[in-house]
Write a protein that binds this ligand. Structure first.
Ligand code: PMP
Length: 290
């Protein structure tokens, strides 16, 4: 890692002090932007195609035609990793509709804002220390997930107010268990939820409004590979509380065990399915990136 972090800001690599966007940027004004959080392992972005595809889907949902190809975006990410001398990293790629005259109604984009930010993030891997500080504790919150009819559920936009309000409700927990309007478990605020019971592995179906996590998909593939029965269904918080094991997934945490749900404790040292899936996930990373 270099002493000064470098950002890729609108086509240029600049030191942190010069990495700025306009106060009139629509991403700042309205949250009118799309982003992806990615991870580089050994200098390679894990599941790049899946992230690029989700970004394209988000941009399509927002009608945000930024005009940059997948290859160009990958080049900018790689250049940023190189400039910061990083191989094991957290990467954030953000694209907004940029500065536009006028008010809310978006106009065709002339100059999108495209930013790549990276930070060191050592790999946990098969033997290393995972990035999360410890197992998660969860609390079912009152705030409900924004329905797909209001904001496309699969879109990863700059607008995280829903998750922020959910997190503000937390007392002795660090991730929210967020339900949809009908009371079905949807996801965490930045993660997908899984639990294990005597029938196997469960996670909310994407027919409930959830962000289709890329880690979620990889974990489902690992479970299938291991012959673990998987159900994608409709669940209530009580189903999660009564489970044998609970874990969360996202790109940065990978698989994060859960030790507490609404005050109910889970022994994360006796969670064989979580342990097996974590190993299979690490093997996937190993194969794909090293
Ligand atoms: N749900 C939400 C709301 C999220 O913000 C995230 C993080 N992007 C996830 C799920 C997990 O997605 P992924 O595995 O692609 O990081």
């Amino acid at each position: 890692m270099t002493d000064t972090p470098y950002y890729h800001c609108n086509g240029e690599l600049v030191p942190a002090t010069e990495a700025t966007v306009s106060v009139d940027d629509r991403g700042f004004r309205y949250g009118d932007g799309a982003f992806e959080t990615l991870r580089a392992y050994g200098g390679t972005i894990f599941e790049w195609d899946a992230h690029a595809e989700r970004l394209e889907d988000t941009c399509e949902a927002l009608g945000l035609d930024h005009g940059h190809s997948r290859a160009e975006l990958a080049e900018r990410i790689n250049a940023t990793l190189e400039a910061n001398e990083l191989e094991e990293a957290y990467v954030r790629l953000s694209i907004t509709r940029g500065v536009q005259s006028g008010k809310l109604t978006p106009k065709p984009i002339t100059e999108p804002t495209v930013v790549v930010a990276v930070k060191p993030l050592p790999r946990g891997g098969l033997e290393g220390v995972p990035v999360w500080d410890g197992p998660a504790s969860m609390q079912t919150v009152k705030v409900r997930r924004i329905p797909d009819a209001c904001l496309p559920a699969g879109a990863k936009t700059h607008n995280y107010l829903n998750g922020i309000l959910a997190r503000r409700e937390l007392h002795d927990a660090d991730e929210a268990l967020v339900r949809d309007l009908e009371g079905y478990v949807a996801e965490g605020t930045t993660s997908n939820v899984f639990f294990v019971d005597e029938e196997g592995l469960h996670t909310p179906t994407t027919q409930v409004d959830v962000l289709p996590g890329i880690t979620r998909r990889v974990v489902l593939e690992c479970a299938e590979e291991a012959g673990i029965p998987v159900t994608e269904g409709w669940y209530r918080p009580v189903d999660v509380r009564q489970a044998d094991e609970v874990f969360l997934t996202n790109t940065t945490w990978e698989i994060r065990p859960v030790a507490l749900v609404d005050g109910i404790e889970f022994d994360t040292d006796a969670a064989p399915v979580t342990a097996l899936l974590s190993r299979l996930y690490a093997e996937r990373v190993e194969q794909a990136c090293y």
